[in-house]
Design a protein around this ligand. Sequence first.
Ligand SMILES: Nc1nc2c(c(=O)[nH]1)N[C@H]1C(S)=C(S)[C@@H](COP(=O)(O)OP(=O)(O)OC[C@H]3O[C@@H](n4cnc5c(=O)[nH]c(N)nc54)[C@H](O)[C@@H]3O)O[C@H]1N2
Ligand SMILES: Nc1nc2c(c(=O)[nH]1)N[C@H]1C(S)=C(S)[C@@H](COP(=O)(O)OP(=O)(O)OC[C@H]3O[C@@H](n4cnc5c(=O)[nH]c(N)nc54)[C@H](O)[C@@H]3O)O[C@H]1N2
Ligand code: SF4
Ligand SMILES: [Mo]
Length: 760
Amino acid sequence: MAQIEEIDQPRKMDLVCVEHEHPFCYEEDGLKVTRGSAWSAPGCHLGCGVLMYSDGEKIVKVEGDPDNPYNQGRLCVRCLALKEAVNHEDRILYPMRRARENRGKDVWERISWDEALDTIEGRFNYYKEHYGAESVMFWQGTGRDIAPYISRLAWSFGSPNYSFNIAQHSCYVPRILACRLLTGEFWVGDFSQQFADRFDNPEWEVPDVIVIWGNDPLVANSDGAYGHWVVDCMQRGSRILCIDPRLTWLAANAEVWVQLRPGTDPALALGMANVIIEEDLYDHDFVERWAYGFDEFKEHVREYTPEKVAEICWVSPDDVREAARMYANADKALVQWGVALDQRDDCLNGSRAIVSLMIITGNLDKPGTMIRPPELLTYISGWGREFLSKEQEDKMLGWNYSPVTKNFFGSAGNAQCIEALLTGEPYPIKACWLQTVNPLANGAVELETTIEAFNNAEFVVMVDLFKTPSVVALADIVLPVALFPERAGIRVGDGCQRGETINKAVEPAGEARSDQQICLELGRRFNPEAWPWDTVEEMYSYIMAETGYKYEEMQEIAPAYLPFQYYNYEKGLLRPDETVGFTTSTGRCELWSTAFANIGEDPFPVYEEPGISPISTPDFYEEYPFVLTTGARLWGTFHSEHRQIPHLRQIHPEPLIQMHPDTGKALGLEEGEWVWVEGPIGDGDRTDRAKRKVEFLAGIDPRVMSSSVGWWHPEGDPENLYDVRDLNINKLSAWKECRTGVGSRNRTHLCKVYKVKEGE
Ligand SMILES: Nc1nc2c(c(=O)[nH]1)N[C@H]1C(S)=C(S)[C@@H](COP(=O)(O)OP(=O)(O)OC[C@H]3O[C@@H](n4cnc5c(=O)[nH]c(N)nc54)[C@H](O)[C@@H]3O)O[C@H]1N2
Ligand SMILES: Nc1nc2c(c(=O)[nH]1)N[C@H]1C(S)=C(S)[C@@H](COP(=O)(O)OP(=O)(O)OC[C@H]3O[C@@H](n4cnc5c(=O)[nH]c(N)nc54)[C@H](O)[C@@H]3O)O[C@H]1N2
Ligand code: SF4
Ligand SMILES: [Mo]
């Protein structure tokens, strides 16, 4: 409790806040208004500022908070559907239990929270005692503010098997890692989000060029970046370079659009580096003073000529040249990149190549380029690792899979967890804690194998909002969880640059509790030393102790902007020894990466063909003549969420596969028709298929198709797992597809498409 006492005499950090006319909770026209941040369903990763209106009992409407500099009053459809989500009649309202033999059946018995928590405590401790704490695994999905709490829950219980269920490590962490390993820091595009006065801040400068790379920011608002900031910058003069196989709104409004073959991004980035160096467009001053290994890098990229790269990427050599010139000739350019880069085999190559582009053009740590976000608690690294002993850490499943996972990743590999569930090797997994994750509808691959794996577990607990295919197939106990208007929280990490609180506007539906409260209550039972707080509010105050503010104070002043500076490397603000430079072993940005060389990997990014592709598996390509990329985000859904929210489902009634109209016509297909999408998986020794409806998109290469993911029919039969066996397109992927254990093949499938027959 030492730290908690400290914040009783806080030294308050110099935070910059906006002035609020009202306290965070006030009355207006007979309604109660609660200001706060939208950091969990039905929102996304951003935590936009919201004004939640309630009649004292229920949410009646929501508006974007115009005084919040982050979203400036704007909200997208998912948060606007808040009322329908919070008041939805299908929400899980009480803890429920089901006998293990009834998994897959929709038969549940309501139990009390005490009984649920007592049972979980008893069972988990039993397995810990008899099989070791590692026999209990903790999985989350992308979550929102869950990561710190669930990682602490797992590690303080003593289990090293805490993991994100995202096939392999293939969401954001690879990009962050590429940044950190090459430059010592994690960078995000500078849209002025770190300043309370935003675009008017005198230090900020408009980026000349914004590179949109494998990202659809207007729809996805991913990784801390509110998509409409791109448009705000365009209105102030920014020009767009878009790298995407599909014609998105930003591609249509770009000065240069590179419509590359999915999965070939590393080649394009290396080709751009070739042009930038050959045409002498690089930043000599930055490179001489701050880059390590430039001459060798120059040699390395020599082979990636625009001609060679164009052939790989299915673009023209001039596309490569134009993209390179546009990026390098800009005074200030930022890269707004997306998950498409993480979802290919060996994805670190692409991110490393793009970070190398930032380095040779000096587009780091200066206004209008890439900035280092000040953060309270970076959830990416988890919280509470100190509670995991070295002995337990060494048992982490999948850690030893490759030098990359062993040296650079701190959480368990899902594929190896599944393997342990299936085989009992290297040790059995007896119990599973699945919180904010829907593996059968989305994150997991190989649906039947995954069900079989979990069926080997003796005890599975899930925490969710709704009965999902995963809840019905897998859970023995399911716990009801609160949505953001029903709970307290803080927004941390994820490029957040500001202190935000999530504020309770209404009482939770039924007996729902917040994820944080659930973790705190269970954590206290397992390891009181790690969870010394009586309330979640005390826990939040502890996390934000470095600001000197307590949770209750932050509620009133939020959003509170943390101190920020540009040109940190020139001021000695990055390195622990306070000398100038970057936090790498050479003190410079490393084009020749010592971190990768030290673990026996290539010190330079290279281009390798995806494991299954027109070039690496020409035989499959004959039978499966389309490159399929899966994932492109939709306005009205968040992964597998929202299919039961009426207004959002109206926007996306059924899952679509986008194809060029010429392709569709050649295949004899009409728009709106149901088709099977079938492809080879793993080594190609198996195939699988999923259903989609045809959508024509002229802005896609006739050889490429794109599909959304996360589909199920909440209106369907639970005991048929809500049709997920037909609809989950991740059946076209396998566990363990990538050499380093990092990356996935979501963007690089091959497929064929044919009509669904009547009765299928
Ligand atoms: N093919 C393909 N597959 C992909 C992707 C892709 O692009 N292509 N993207 C991948 C990526 S990047 C990610 S991050 C993963 C995401 O995968 P997941 O995070 O597993 O996403 P969902 O399937 O939507 O599961 C989220 C579950 O959490 C529940 N939930 C929502 N809010 C809360 C809450 O506040 N608390 C709790 N306890 N539960 C809540 C929802 O009801 C839902 O059942 O999917 C990956 N899968
Ligand atoms: N509405 C909504 N927002 C979300 C989510 C959601 O499910 N729904 N999920 C959240 C999560 S966890 C994440 S990780 C982010 C992801 O957000 P984004 O990074 O934007 O991910 P996507 O929309 O899947 O893909 C971005 C773009 O990549 C293109 N693309 C496909 N394959 C390739 C390729 O091989 N190379 C290149 N260069 N481009 C390619 C697609 O056409 C698409 O336009 O979104 C977050 N925000
Ligand atoms: S970007 Fe949209 S879904 Fe995400 S928090 Fe903001 S309004 Fe909500
Ligand atoms: Mo993600």
